[in-house]
Design a protein around this ligand. Sequence first.
Ligand code: MTE
Ligand code: LUZ
Ligand code: MOS
Length: 784
Amino acid sequence: MNKHFEPRELVGAADRQVGVSRPHESAHLHVSGRAHYTDDIPETERTLHAALGLSPIAHGRIKSIDLETLRATPGVAAVLTAADIPGANDCGPVVHDDPIFAADTVQYVGQPVFAVVATSRNIARRVAAKAGQVLEIEPLEPVLGPREAVARESYILPPMHLTRGKPAEVLSTAQHRLKGSLSLGGQEQFYLEGQIAYAIPQDDGGIKIQCSTQHPSEMQMLASHVLGVPANRIQVECRRMGGGFGGKESQSGLHVCVVALAASKLKRPVKLRLDRDDDFMVTGRRHGFEYDYEVGFDDAGKILAAELTMISNCGFSTDLSGPVMTRAICHFDNAYWLPNVAIHGYTARTNTQSNTAFRGFGGPQGAFVIEAIMDRIARKLGLDPAAVRKANFYGRDSNNVTPYGQTVVDNVIHELTDELMKTSDYWSRREEINRFNAENPVLKRGISIAPCKFGISFNLTHLNQAGALVHVYTDGSIIVNHGGTEMGQGLNTKVAQIVAQELGVRFERVRPTATDTQKVANTSATAASTGADLNGKAAQDAARQIKKRLGAFAAQLYGGSPEDVVFDNDDVQVNGTLLGFEDLVAKAYISRIQLWSDGFYATPEIHWDRATMSGNPFYYYAYGAAISEVLIDTLTGESRLLRADVLHDAGRSLNPALDIGQIEGGFVQSMGWVTCEELVWHPGTGKLLTHAPSTYKIPTANDVPAQFTTRLFKNDNVKDSIFRSKAVGEPPMLLGFSVWLAIRDAICSVGGPDADPVLDAPCTPEAILMAVQSLKEPRQIGAA
Ligand code: MTE
Ligand code: LUZ
Ligand code: MOS
């Protein structure tokens, strides 16, 4: 099969595998319903099903549990409580304050107190639903709101402080000052596939767990602690998730621990799949934030000093609230130079679900408040908010150090926003909107830009590592396995592209496989948007080692130097000979060349000092901006996004189609958070009232604007990231702020030029209506 050729004809005719759009590796399975999620894995014989018995009370002391009543029901195999746990009753990822089953006290409505394990899911759920009848709990006073928690000094962690310069001094002398408070709600992850875990006992006392998780290694460690067995007894596997969005970074742990415990006790396979209402009631979500701030600025709207207090609503336990607050503090600057600044972070402990990672991981909460502040500064000075933002952007060579001491060396926010404002005709539309608003008393339009700068790397430095395995089989087909998990974002597609590129083979040769703790050990969560950065580099390392061995072998066979062997287009060119990749592989196998390899990567350069809140926590920054135009009805408070233009920096994109999908998805998810997704807990009982799609509204296809343009900003990463790409998963979560800002802009048109209504997020129709009313003349309010 060897063909002879002129080398120069083929070198450079590269069939590129990275940098090209290609569909998600499982897209055909997703759309035809054939993709296997955890619940699609065929159940082993004698599988039992678990359901959780939940606390009906926000805070109380458990007096007794009438387990006999529950156990008497036919079909019930066991009812498990804290007393049945051989190891630690804990599934906390950082601090051990997260009981699997409440033991002495219950700490929120919905906290699991026991698990019913039965022959069918229906029986288990029906029996578990009797929790309210079998639990005797002496009520204690709950702490229900974050402000109340601060008043009572109910904190998860000691307060965090970051100060640069002399904020108090500069504030006192600034030409202009603004003070305010703001509230930003939490957000339900609303993954389409709910929390699920399935445990199958193995013959040697080990347990295999298939589950929906962003963090298989953490699940392995948690199950090992709960059972009191070494980690090598536990195997965790996840082929894919139907979405995670941070909700399965730590909080898949509870479900894993319950099935591991039940399977090990009963020596039978056990599955736990929460229904949607229980998922809302049991698990936490994005932290809602409360803010108090004061800023001082000059006539151009340039911020001279800022002081900010942030309170995050953590719920009852620590979970990831520490690093979430740290990331919030490190994103208050967003894209802006803040010469003098003091930021205080309070992590409020409340008797609600324990809040956790959610796309952006506190970053969006940090940036939201500065965007609200920019808007208020502009209105106070009678300037356009876009101009005020530009006046405050980080400089290129000066005014480019973040409050935590990292120099911003890759700043493209000026060019990026200029380009977007031009391509989306910002200024002419601004005028058109002003005209429209002058002529229309009821319907009002608004427009706004929201910029984004987002730090890439886990802010816990040691998590920035990854491993991979690449196997080339003797027929030339390839498997890649890595520590990352697939949750719909397209990580497996990107990693397979990288392996194909590195080995110079067609994409179709490379098959990604389920994440498995027995293949790559000690992995980090697929989180902080670093999936492709870390695992892509690790897979590249593995592929390079194989290529090196194959290259040396080819040169040995055909002459020439190993460095000159070219792998391209499914062929290998060596010293004037062209042979197929699989031919070389077959020959290499016979010659006993190792055709598989591991690979490893650790992000260089980064460091962080938690005590001083300073360092270089991020390898680089990703940038973006969005311009949104909305229409509001000032009589009903309804709003609609008419048009959105997004320009986003994904570096040299690994796969533009996937990246645009991530950007559009993040934009819409962000918009939902700040507009329609409202969480309501009963003010007296602390029970979550918005506990299902019936009461909790995420955006639908109808909310996507008719005009929605998303483009990638041409910008190779200045750092040596994988093929100079940039992480893209979370940063777009800042872009939907433009919708909230545009709605505020539309509301302000009801008042005078200095209109400055109170508007929190989410801006539901009720919130919009109240803000509009506050701007109308008093007699109009009476007449309305
Ligand atoms: N996209 C889809 N479709 N589903 C998800 O669950 N999670 C987001 C983002 N995009 C998510 C998603 C979150 S929270 C993160 S951190 C990143 O994807 C994780 O994947 P990556 O690091 O491979 O980008
Ligand atoms: N830091 C971070 C983290 O920036 N993002 C994360 O998802 C995370 N998870 C755990 C600990 N630190
Ligand atoms: Mo994403 S919040 O880092 O899982």
